[in-house]
Design a binder for this molecule. Structure first.
Ligand code: AMP
Ligand code: MG
Length: 403
């Protein structure tokens, strides 16, 4: 291993520093824009609501004292009344229907007594039960800014402004390579000394969850030439290459040599983090390359801590924050030299968020990731962090909130 390890914060800064500008924009239909990142500023073309309308089923009237009013017409949702309302008159109105000319209040149907062709109404204040045009959004107002991630609410707002398509960043393209002579694809029988390849599946899922497309996924043997070939083709046509395993210093680890052969410039190798120390990072011609440790937990943790932010930056998204604090439920020993990223269950208690570190934190204990809604980040140091203390956490996207 390298003599000097860099901190997670510096590693993340170095990765984000290599993303000089976000990817190109493309226009997509709103119906397929979920999770995409906005590439334009969205300015409202019209007021929302577009016209004054009724908040209740009832009668549109001229506000005033109690009285008996003649019902002279109806305004339904989507079918405004043709006539105006004058004093002594009322127009039957539905929720969401346009307020007729002359009316300045709505009397809810529950508050009137209806007889043949007329209604008796109580005292009514101007503006009662009216929803004014532009109350939600004014024409010309900026509603969403570039960098916003389009979730259900954003898509709903865009639709309400009449947008059928929207400019978003192209999805970052991820090429995956997993290395190891011991790896066998899921679905195949294991021979002596073999294990099933879990990294390819887990990392692809993380990449997709980060909004990327996985353009290729290859499993290569611990062989320098095979590694060079796989990396060479992965570098073509991707924005980020994630290569897992073989990045350390064993006699059968060929990733670093292969990357050097391909002139991928190393930015750092070795992070003061547990798990995930033997992480490599570099770039060539605008393509980022992250060499992830092969241990499945390390690979997933480092993907979350470094690859995901890189993918979000490539997509032009607002920086991934989602850092907060939570109360630690069990005492943990600090590591003298390395920050720790502990897989934790996350739960809500009366005094806020709590995190319960998984009992087994070994980097090969992949089930410690099950239900891990958060990583608790424990700075290096002496002694321990006691149960009940508040620690920094990072939420894992799609992670579960335990009961
Ligand atoms: P390496 O980083 O290549 O030294 O691998 C470290 C550990 O992770 C070894 O125990 C490997 O067998 C394991 N490992 C490497 N790649 C994978 C993978 N794709 N799926 C599951 N385990 C892996
Ligand atoms: Mg290996």
């Amino acid at each position: 291993m390298p003599r000097s390890l860099i901190s997670l914060a510096d590693a993340r800064a170095a990765v984000l520093d290599t993303v000089s500008s976000p990817l190109d924009a493309e226009e997509v239909a709103l119906t397929s824009a979920l999770g995409r990142v906005l590439a334009e500023e969205v300015v409202a073309p019209h007021d929302l609501p577009p016209f004054d309308n009724s908040a209740m089923d009832g009668f549109a009237v001229v506000a005033g004292p109690p009285g008996n009013l003649e019902v002279v017409g109806e305004s339904r949702a989507g079918r405004p009344a043709k006539q105006a309302v004058g004093r002594g008159q009322a127009i039957r109105i539905s929720t969401g229907a346009a307020v007729p000319d002359g009316a300045d209040a709505i009397v809810p149907v529950e508050r009137v007594a209806e007889t043949d062709g007329s209604v008796t109404v109580p005292d009514t204040a101007p503006g009662a039960n009216l929803r004014r045009a532009g109350e939600d959004v004014r024409a010309g107002e900026t509603v969403l800014s570039a960098g916003a991630e389009l979730g259900p609410a954003e898509l709903g707002v865009l639709a309400s402004l009449g947008r059928a398509s929207i400019s978003v960043r192209t999805r970052p393209r991820v090429a995956l390579i997993v290395t190891g002579d011991e790896l066998v694809g899921p679905g195949r029988r294991l021979g002596p000394g073999q294990i099933h390849d879990s990294n390819a599946v887990a990392l692809a899922a993380q990449a997709m969850r980060a909004g990327a497309v996985v353009v290729s996924s290859k499993r290569v043997a611990d062989d320098l030439m095979a590694t060079i070939e796989a990396l060479e083709s992965a570098l073509r046509g991707s924005d980020l290459v994630c290569v897992a395993g073989g990045v350390s210093v064993g006699p059968h680890d060929h990733v670093k040599a292969a990357l050097a052969e391909l002139d991928v410039r190393q930015r750092f190798w070795g992070i003061a983090i547990k798990p995930g120390k033997p992480t490599w990072f570099g770039a060539a011609d605008g393509t980022l390359v992250i060499g992830l440790p092969g241990n499945p937990v390390s690979a997933m943790v480092i993907f979350h801590l470094l690859a995901r932010p890189a993918l979000r930056a490539l997509a032009g998204a607002d920086p991934p924050a989602a850092r907060t604090t939570a109360i630690l439920e069990s005492t943990v020993r600090r590591n003298r030299a390395r920050e720790q990223a502990l897989r934790c269950r996350l739960r809500e208690a009366g005094d806020g968020w709590h995190v319960e570190p998984a009992e087994a934190q070994g980097s090969h204990i992949l089930t410690s990731m099950l239900g891990a809604g958060a990583l608790a980040l424990i700075p290096p140091g002496e002694g321990e962090v006691a149960a009940g203390e508040r620690v920094e956490i990072e939420l894992v996207p799609g992670g579960t909130l335990s009961g």
